[in-house]
Write a protein that binds this ligand. Sequence first.
Ligand code: NIG
Ligand code: FE
Length: 415
Amino acid sequence: MSGSVYIHGIGELATPIGFEARRGKAMNELRVVPEAALLAVDGIIRWAGPSHEAPAAPAGALEVDAGGRAVIPGFVDSHAHFVFAGFRADEFYWRAGGVTYMEIHARGGGIRRSVDATRAATLAELVELGARRLDTALSLGVTTMEGKSGYGLDLDTELRQLEAMRALSERHQVDIVPTYMGPHSVPPEFAGKPSAYVDFCIETVLPAVAARKLARFADIFCEKGVFELEDSRRFLEAAARAGLALKLHADEIVRIGGAGLAAELRATSADHLLKASREDIAAMASAGTVATVLPLTAFSLREPYADARAMIDSGCAVALASDLNPGSCYSQSIPLALALAVLQMRMSPEEALCAATLNGAAALGLAGSIGSIEPGKKADFLILDAPSHLHLAYHVGMNQVRSVYKSGALVYGPK
Ligand code: NIG
Ligand code: FE
């Protein structure tokens, strides 16, 4: 569905500008236009700027008075595990009582339990569960969302998770970018043999995923005691040969150099990065690998936040995403992520907005078509229930999104 729409009465239009990631200092430069208007034709932004320079609304375009409210690009949630079955509330309280995430993982809890539940779920059930999370995402202003497999770990269930995302792409307004993340955990069939499991992913699952074009990215939990550097390299090189772009869960719990590997392999993004070294961050800046920070996970695990300040100051493009998953972070609260970015990671509100829109798009290889409000981009944008983007982090954890437009069509909220 795409539409033509003319929005006037915008109190403030705020957007990063560009068709690629904004890096370092450039993240702080937003285009902010008071008293603005916006025109989208057939789903694409045609014009955006000061009201007094606006072109006439073309016949047939939906006319909307924003009533002095702010307009910003739709959020791009570039890291989410939203297709899974089952819950792990008990683990949440164990962690709250002091047991660590990796202790739970080592005891056979953690991801393994979501794998059991997901293996037992049908395609229709996974589609339903995913649809509800996409509904929530849309209400929070997310117009594009990444989704990872990795709760199947066998051929059938990994494909089923990805098939669920394909089915959801056809029926849901939120655009989905699917990622094959077979190496998310070592399944019971390969207990104690991560390298043998990586061989299975490379030889059996990856070719099936690639042949059916079920994923755009490949991702791996590159972590001490899970998949270490050599297995990660082998998997990612095979994924690149199969035509997938690369992502890594890197240096989340122990510093093993995943961020450096991401830079070396020219991965599109490396994510988490709580323990990434200065050298590896510098290498990511040179390689143009987007540094994706996930403060909702650090908050939920009570870990120190990623050093987003150092990343931006060393010239990285930083993206901000939810990491929605049933274990380490059962949250898809973009509002809280924005507040944590500002309050706990010392990002400016401008940097945080850029990280959640244009740089999120870049982390999905989509900065050429989404993530900002400027001519030529898809008309995915939000009208806030506030006069300025500055209200986003300020209303800590509270949704400021009033309406969502996707490809120029109203898909959520009042006109
Ligand atoms: O991104 N770290 C590994 N993967 C997820 C957690 C998945 C889970 O616990 O179910 C993450 O944090
Ligand atoms: Fe994750």
